[in-house]
Design a protein. Structure first.
Length: 557
């Protein structure tokens, strides 16, 4: 193996990625840590450089090709023949072999001793090094560990399929135990969705935790076919229909607790993608103070939902927690004295003292049709799951103007943008001005794991985006990753939000056609309106969330 003398610090300075002063700081830190931390690791921690910038620089300097590990086909059976400690020490993944070389991707090409140890083990052929990202190497190691851990149950399912066929009615069959295991694992991880996805040569089970997918199981295709059929039977779907999407629902008991699952299948290139939404009645009924509103926003929202009439809108993209906020609001104001009606598609959770109605477009019972019928039901509060068309919007406005409190959602990026969206949908400006009470724009961001939280210095590019809103000595935090957070550094999610209250002056601005920017600027200057970014930054400096998470979901202002 060719060794090259490379002073990483000097290289980074010469490329203009760090300054000489920053290099001196890193060298002092390395000495402080008794040289137990690598220079590259410290530079990333200090926010001087990203992992990818480091890799691309090494690729250029060492003349080693950079590859995307997830863009090549990896034979995990072949990977299992290498001692795991050797691969881990070298941070290396053997991913291909031809008549001349064994190709190895590593995230640390300067770790000559570990790479040479791996080369001695291989012995039969020389190795050809490629460079890749450290995070991608870790993900491949995780997948290898998953395959090894699930090998026993996979073998049992295969024996059952080939020897006896599937035991559809038996709760003790291997395939049913595999389903129960997958669901239980997702619930223990606090997952919201379970994804079962076929590939060209296998299948993957992934769980969405705190908005991010994590791979939990990997199996062969023959197990996928058995698993998909059994899940479709659970959801009362047509197992012979694989050419079109289907939706279903079922309940399942895990360790004495009942969970509901909303099931969706859709045909893909290699088979049906199956997604199960995990519905836990105990999680959805949050109190307002548990949502993550800062004190001033909590008071503002509470005042809005206790108004006698008007429209309160919750806005944000799919997966931003709008339904949870709506349910928390209904849970707050429901009482024996109020008639509360909801129209939803679908009804995910049952609320006490609330009359819930399911959309049925096949028979013409749409949001608009249901909303019109609601007005003859003498309601006090109406919740419309989503405003999708002009007719529903117009009916909601009319309901609010005739003395009803209306809750609903829209897909917009900011609170003020909801006003122009309503106008684009055809509602007259004066009706928007008269009917609107308040607009909440929100996002869900991952919380830092408290067990491994530590102070960090974000990358200089991130700090540049918010420098006008923070002081130079602001401290930020991040999770290192530990056993309690599955090495992710995050645990749970929290809302960041902005609330635009429609004051008398803003109502006049809406009626005269003011722009979103003009309305937001006026509200910030005169009404105490705080943009979502500021809410996120406040939580970031309190050590609740990371700066990366804030800027991932919020546009800087």
């Amino acid at each position: 193996m060719i060794k090259r003398t490379l002073r990483l610090g000097d290289l980074l300075v010469s490329e203009g990625l760090i300054t000489g002063e920053q290099l001196s700081h890193i060298l002092a830190l390395q000495k402080e840590f008794s040289y137990t931390k690598k220079m590259g690791e410290l530079m990333i921690d200090e926010g001087y450089i990203t992992q990818k910038e480091m890799s691309l620089l090494l690729s250029k300097q060492l003349d080693i090709e950079f590859i995307d590990l997830f863009g090549v086909k990896i034979n995990f059976e072949n990977l299992s023949k290498y001692p795991f400690n050797l691969l881990e020490s070298a941070q290396a993944i053997p991913f291909k072999e031809d008549s001349e070389y064994i190709y190895i991707a590593t995230s640390n090409p300067l770790n000559y001793e570990a790479l040479e140890a791996l080369e001695r083990f291989i012995a039969t052929k020389p190795i050809a090094l490629k460079l890749t990202l450290e995070d991608d190497v870790k993900r491949i190691f995780q997948r290898l560990d998953i395959i090894n851990r699930t090998r026993a149950i996979a073998a049992e399912v295969k024996r059952e399929i080939h020897a006896e066929g599937m035991k559809n009615e038996s709760e003790e069959s291997a395939i049913m135990r595999l389903i129960a295991l997958s669901i239980k694992d997702a619930i223990l991880r606090n997952g919201s969705d379970l994804h079962i996805e076929p590939t060209a040569d296998g299948m993957s089970i992934r769980v969405r935790v705190d908005g991010v997918l994590h791979e939990t199981f990997v199996f062969d295709l023959d197990i996928y076919y058995a698993l998909a059929s059994r899940i479709k039977i659970l959801g009362h779907l047509d197992i012979s229909e694989k050419r079109k999407a289907q939706d279903g629902r079922f309940s399942y008991e895990i360790e004495g607790r009942k969970y509901d699952f909303r099931l969706s299948t859709t045909p893909t290139l290699y088979g049906e993608s199956i997604v199960m939404r995990i519905l836990d009645q105990h999680k959805i009924l949050l109190k307002l103070e548990e949502l993550g509103f800062v004190d001033e926003n909590l008071e503002t929202f509470s005042n809005a939902i206790h108004s006698p009439y008007g429209i309160v809108l919750i806005t944000g993209p799919t997966g931003s927690g709008k339904t949870t906020t709506l349910y928390a609001a209904l849970n707050e104001i429901k009482s024996i004295q109020n008639k509360v009606l909801t129209i939803e598609d679908p009804i995910e959770y049952q609320l006490p003292l609330v009359q819930q109605v399911q959309v049925n477009e096949k028979v013409g019972f749409t949001f608009n049709a249901a909303l019109k019928s609601f007005l003859r039901q003498d309601p006090d509060v109406i919740m419309v799951g989503e405003i999708r068309d002009t007719e529903t919007l117009d009916a909601a406005a009319q309901a609010s103007l005739t003395g009803h409190l209306v809750f609903s959602t829209l897909h917009t990026n900011s609170a003020s943008a909801a006003i122009s969206r309503m106008a684009q949908m055809g509602l007259q400006n004066y009706l928007i001005a008269d009917s609107l009470l308040a607009i909440v724009a929100q996002r869900l961001v991952r919380k830092i794991c408290l067990s491994c939280r530590h102070e960090v210095k974000p990358h200089k590019n991130l700090l540049a985006k918010v420098e006008s809103h923070i002081s130079r000595d602001t401290i930020f935090y991040k999770g290192k990753g530990c056993s309690k957070c599955d090495m992710s550094g995050y645990s749970g999610r929290i809302m960041i939000s902005e609330i635009l209250v429609i004051s008398e002056e803003i109502s006049k601005m809406i009626a005269t056609g003011a722009t979103n920017h003009e309305i937001a600027s006026y509200a910030q200057e005169h009404d105490g309106f705080q943009p979502m970014l500021l809410d996120g930054l406040k939580k970031a400096t309190q050590g609740i969330i990371t700066l990366d998470e804030v800027l991932r979901v919020v546009k800087d202002i």
